[in-house]
Every structure is written in structure tokens, then in C-alpha cells.
Design a protein around this ligand. Structure first.
Ligand code: ZN
Length: 300
């Protein structure tokens, strides 16, 4: 007696998985992202049609993230997994393998975006970032490219809500354009746009909005700077009259503090991922927050 029921269930399951990739219980596409910024993009486009979680929280360091057993489970149960790629989530391939989820839609969102090398600093070492700098999303133009890829994949998995996804995308792309205009207007008023950054998170942001990164405390994510590097950086800050050091809440504050004490430069704490500081819960509010804080310290 149990047999036919089992078969019905199996056939039913197979049919639903062929017809739609939507979760039966919540009627949503289950999406897992590596970063909170990607989670925000998915929410902006998917809204009520998606259930989305980020593996890494806003306050965790994406470069030194250690996988948890619950991450494998999350990927096993997901329909879609969104990553940046470009060497940022070095553990992503292994995670996907371990999860053994054959129908998983994997999005490597840096695809098609040309990567910057860590240039513009006093010293450049590319050993770890052989692929280029992965912090692409801090340029809203790159964010648009990521968003478009997410939209395409959501439509692929859930064709019935295509019109909603496209409408949400159009609205969000307009929001990103407005944001860029606002930021450019604000930055235009600044005569000094130079800063030292804690780790090389900001080259895309700087290129888009006309800031100049004169050096990095940490040149290679996950490593400690040498005493020689710090002494050169200190001299450089003094000689050039650099007034601002950009730190991040995900990193150890000790070295920026010492550097600030020795040079008289001011520390401003910005975040490259949403949710790490109050008022930065979305990508757009995070960028506005960062620019506002930077403008405050750069204005004499
Ligand atoms: Zn980083």
C-alpha cells in the first residue's frame, strides 16, 4: 500500500523540479549569496519571490572567512548561489562540490567585468590577487552588471514572474543612476580627494568618483604589513600631507590608530559590505554613508 504513495511523491517531486525551481513551502526561489551586498541586490530584484541569505555577515572579513557545516546545508537546499568570484571566495568551488546539489544555479557575478590590478599604491604585489582586485561592486556601474546577471538567472529559474523581475530591475537601475549623480555632485566640491586605505577595497570606488588612494596599510588581504612598509607609508603620509586614513570595521584597528597618531591624519571608518555599520543596511545607503563620512573628513 505504501508503494504507490511513494511513487506518487517521487513523480510529483520530479515534476515540480522540472516545471519550476520554486520552493513549494514558501513559493519562493531560495537564494544563498556569499556577501551581504549580493543579498541586497537579490532582494531588490526578487522581492517577495525570493528567500535570500548571505553566508558572510557584514561584520565578517570576506578574505579570511572559514566555512561552517551549516553553509554546506544551505547550499544543498538552495536553488541559486551568488558569488563575486575573481579570487575572493576561494572556498566557493569546494563548497558547491560538498553540497552535491545538481540543480544549483551558480552565479559568478564578476564575469564580464574587467578587473583592476592593485595599482596606484606605492608598492604593488599581485601574488595573492593574481586575478585582479575583487571589490568590483563598489563602482555602481559594476553593480549594474551584477544586478543584470542576477535578474537573468532569477528569470531562468522562475519564468512565471519574469515581468516582476524586469520591472524591479528597471527601478533599481534608475536608483543606481540617481545615486551616482548625487555622489558625483558631492565629491565635486572636495578639493583634496586623497586617502590611505586599510586594505585595497576601494580602487573601483575611487576610479568612478575621482578619489585618489595613495597607499594601503595591508597590501595583501589576510597578511600583516611589515615594519618597513609601515615606516615608508608613515613618511609618505607626512610628506604628501595626507589627511585621511580609511579604516574598516572588519579589520584590526590597531595599526590605523598608530599611523594616525604618528602622522596626525584622521581615521574614518567606512564599510565595503552592507550591514557592518549603522545606516548601511543596503548597498545604496552604504555608498551614501561612505561618501558622506569621507566628505566630512576631507573638508578642511
Ligand atoms: Zn577586501
Amino acid at each position: 500500500m505504501a508503494k504507490p504513495l511513494i511513487y506518487t511523491l517521487i513523480i510529483g517531486f520530479l515534476l515540480t523540479s522540472v516545471i519550476s525551481h520554486v520552493d513549494a513551502k514558501t513559493n519562493t526561489t531560495i537564494v544563498v549569496t556569499t556577501l551581504t551586498v549580493l543579498k541586497d541586490y537579490v532582494k531588490q530584484i526578487g522581492r517577495e519571490h525570493v528567500t535570500v541569505t548571505s553566508l558572510i555577515s557584514g561584520l565578517e572579513n570576506g578574505h579570511s572567512y572559514a566555512l561552517k557545516p551549516s553553509d554546506v546545508l544551505a547550499i544543498r537546499q538552495a536553488h541559486m548561489f551568488v558569488t563575486i568570484g575573481a579570487g575572493l571566495e576561494v572556498w566557493a568551488n569546494q563548497l558547491v562540490k560538498s553540497a552535491q546539489n545538481n540543480s544549483l544555479e551558480v552565479v559568478v557575478s564578476s564575469k564580464g567585468i574587467s578587473l583592476l590590478r592593485n595599482t596606484g599604491t606605492m608598492h604593488t604585489h599581485h601574488k595573492r590577487h593574481a586575478l585582479g582586485n575583487p571589490h568590483i561592486w563598489l563602482d555602481p556601474e559594476n553593480a549594474k552588471s551584477i544586478v543584470r546577471q542576477i535578474t537573468t538567472r532569477l528569470i531562468k529559474l522562475d519564468h512565471s514572474n519574469k515581468r516582476d523581475y524586469l520591472a524591479n530591475q528597471a527601478e533599481y537601475l534608475r536608483t543606481l543612476d540617481t545615486l551616482q549623480t548625487d555622489i558625483k555632485r558631492r565629491v565635486k566640491k572636495l578639493s583634496d580627494r586623497r586617502f590611505v586605505s586599510h586594505h585595497p577595497a576601494w580602487p573601483y570606488f575611487a576610479r568612478r568618483f575621482g578619489f585618489k588612494i595613495v597607499g594601503n596599510i595591508i597590501e595583501q588581504p589576510g597578511t600583516e604589513p611589515s615594519a618597513k612598509h609601515l615606516s615608508t607609508l608613515t613618511q609618505h603620509i607626512k610628506k604628501e600631507g595626507i589627511k585621511v586614513i580609511v579604516s574598516e570595521p572588519q579589520l584590526n584597528q590597531k595599526i590605523p590608530r598608530i599611523l594616525a597618531q604618528e602622522t596626525g591624519a584622521r581615521i574614518v571608518t567606512l564599510t565595503a559590505t552592507p550591514g557592518a555599520l549603522p545606516g548601511t543596511n543596503t548597498y545604496t545607503s552604504m555608498l551614501q554613508f561612505n561618501v558622506l563620512k569621507l566628505a566630512e573628513v576631507l573638508t578642511p
